[in-house]
Design a protein around this ligand. Structure first.
Ligand code: NAD
Length: 369
């Protein structure tokens, strides 16, 4: 059966890595009707928005999409298209497995942990007031009336909402994921010693939910101590569940444990729709040079194939990527540098995909022999 999937190439390195991903998925023999849709700064002039309605309509129809990264202007300009997609489709669970690959060049071996990041609230809610806005003065008065110390008059304010319902559903997702995938432990990450209201609520709800899963070990850890623990003993961790911002930051840290951003896949899951994308951004510093590592995007596609019930193809793709990295002969510059300290002998994005495709073919040949 052919699957209908929206493909959003994105910008920066997005078009290169999604092209490589698409070629690998097709070589694995999965029938996909790709509905290619553009979003981001490149469509602003034509549609007046970086996320046109027809893109949302297309994803609403297929309920499955895979995307390349999309650049968000820093400080000013339009808000993140990536965050907008997650909010629009209520893709509340961002799942990012971090698994050591032989040949990933990392200082660590045998890392096998999963980040489950809340994707819809926290400081990512997008409720913000610029310095000088009338609301800042009103908020200052409100805070004063509440009997708390107020803030400097020239402040800008970002609001951090953390709700009971959204905390509960993400922690439940983490426990259900742990059960389904045979994982042993869930760690709730927070800063409840300082943010007693918001992170305190998250922690309280996490403890309540944990009580319903006696078969899964549970502990909690303050986010700064978590970061230190991860770089010292990553094998102490299994599934981590985090509010949005900590999840974002700790995801990149964990990518660094398994060879870097080019290696870390991800998915954004809702009740009725899922969008798959690598953890990394659009990497403008290396865009258009055919040097980006497409591994994270290819492994995101493997997660998508699992979601579509194409587990055999997903496993074959993961095995082909792993063999390619393990051989170490046809790897991109980020991996080569991690392995040897130099990019000498590295191959390009599409050549890496070619090597993965060759290993896929060998695997299929061996299976048929
Ligand atoms: P980034 O992840 O794009 O890049 C950080 C570093 O990692 C850069 O040196 C880059 O060259 C390297 N890198 C990233 N992906 C790589 C790959 N596949 N292969 C080899 N090296 C890779 O982070 P940034 O520079 O902070 O962000 C750039 C833009 O991406 C920003 O506009 C940001 O908002 C956006 N962004 C988008 C997403 C998304 O689309 N989901 C996620 C994160 C950041």
């Amino acid at each position: 059966m052919a699957h209908d999937v929206v493909l959003i190439p994105g910008d920066g390195i997005g078009p290169e890595i999604t092209q490589a991903m698409r070629r690998v998925v097709e070589a694995a023999g999965v029938q996909i009707n790709w509905n290619v849709q553009e979003a981001g700064a490149g469509v602003m002039d034509e549609f007046g928005t970086p996320l046109p309605q027809h893109v949302l309509d297309a994803v609403a129809e297929t309920k499955v999409a895979i995307k390349g990264p999309i650049t968000t202007p820093v400080g000013t300009g339009f808000r993140s298209v990536n965050v907008a997609l997650r909010k629009h489709f209520d893709l509340y669970a961002c799942v990012r497995p971090c698994l050591s690959q032989p040949g990933d060049g990392s200082r660590f071996r045998d890392v096998d942990l999963v980040i489950v990041r809340e994707n819809t609230e926290d400081l990512y809610a997008g409720i913000e007031f610029d310095e000088g806005a009338a609301e800042v003065e009103e908020l200052s008065q409100l805070v004063e009336r509440s009997g708390q110390k107020t803030f400097a008059a020239d402040s800008a304010i970002s609001i951090k909402p953390i709700s009971i319902a959204k905390s509960r559903r993400i922690v439940e997702y983490a426990f259900e994921y742990a059960r389904r995938c045979g994982r042993k432990k869930v760690t709730a990450v927070h800063k409840a010693n300082i943010m007693k209201a918001t992170d305190g609520l998250f922690l309280r709800v996490a403890r309540e939910v944990a009580a319903n899963y006696p078969d899964i070990e549970f502990n909690d850890k303050i986010v700064d101590a978590t970061c230190m623990g991860l770089v010292q003993n990553p094998n102490d961790f299994d599934v981590l569940v985090l509010p949005n911002l900590y999840g974002d930051i700790v995801s990149d840290l964990c990518a660094g444990l398994v060879g870097g951003l080019g290696m870390a896949p991800g998915s954004n899951i809702g009740a009725d729709c899922a969008i798959f994308e690598a953890t990394h951004g659009s990497a403008p510093d290396i865009a258009g040079q055919d040097i980006a590592n497409p591994t994270a995007e290819i492994l995101s596609a493997a997660m998508m194939l699992d979601h579509l019930g194409e587990n055999d193809a997903a496993n074959r793709i993961r095995a082909a990527v792993s063999t390619t990295l393990d051989e170490g002969e046809q790897v991109t510059g980020d991996v080569r540098r991690a392995q040897t300290g130099s990019v000498e002998g590295a191959v390009g994005t599409q050549a890496f995909a070619d090597a993965v495709i060759a290993h896929l073919a060998q695997g299929m040949h061996a299976a048929n022999a």
